[in-house]
Design a protein around this ligand. Sequence first.
Ligand code: AMP
Length: 297
Amino acid sequence: MDSEPAHGLSAGMSAMSPPIARTVAELRAHVRRWRAGGETVGFVPTMGALHEGHLSLVRLAKDRARRAVASVFVNPTQFGPNEDFDAYPRDERRDAELLASVGCDLLYAPTAAEMYPPGFATTITVAGVTEPLDGAARPGHFAGVATVVAKLLLQCGPDVAVFGEKDYQQLQVIRRLVVDLDIPVEILGGPTARAGDGLALSSRNAYLTPDERVVAAALNRTLAAAVAQLRAGRAAVEVEADAVRRLAEAGFGRIDYVEVRDAENLARLGPGPVGGPARILAAALLGRTRLIDNMAV
Ligand code: AMP
């Protein structure tokens, strides 16, 4: 909570922060008031530690709807037992200021107890698109994501929800989820915001040492080279193997995958030249930091 609430604003708000809803009831009260005035609502779910990538999604939401809601919730159920849930960066005041700077109308920041009260027993699993890639590398991750995103969408009830192509598999999982569960929302994918050297912006980039940060740019460079090879008609299996070799040479440790997949259902493509819409996706470790990236082919 703010230590010095500005005059006329309730606790948790300041001139540099949008109002903050902590409960489903508070969130719904805001949305109900907007809807009564005929206003549309865009929604951007995040885990905080916001950067330009998140802010670009809020801008997209504001382009598409009169009001924009961003949520910040570090969802425990999408982290594996040996992942970085405890270490994940958290700075609500900074997040709120950044959200205010792009015209976000409401920050929804529920507690874990609000999201998962005693007795909580439901998990949503999406088959197919969750199975390869990060689904294989991070067991349970997408069930955690699907469940929390379904809850957030049902809590907020937005007209449009914006997700980053940075997490391309997650975006496809959410597209499947809202169709299958008849959740009445349009899902919009936002382009990946990158640093000058091509590295996809990520809250986890904060973990990188200065040396690792230099090496990290090789991930995007390698994918760009792979896309060029695929467009020239080189076989997917050869391009994938070449990319893995380049990442290892650049200094990456464990390489979880570099794979060319169908752009929608993420089915395996190849082994030969790629025909229809495809995506190349990669995940690799740099020290203890796991980086992901992807590009359209
Ligand atoms: P996160 O806070 O990492 O869970 O991400 C919240 C949302 O922001 C997700 O829809 C992400 O795909 C999206 N996002 C994260 N990084 C970027 C980026 N560099 N460019 C665009 N969107 C991003």
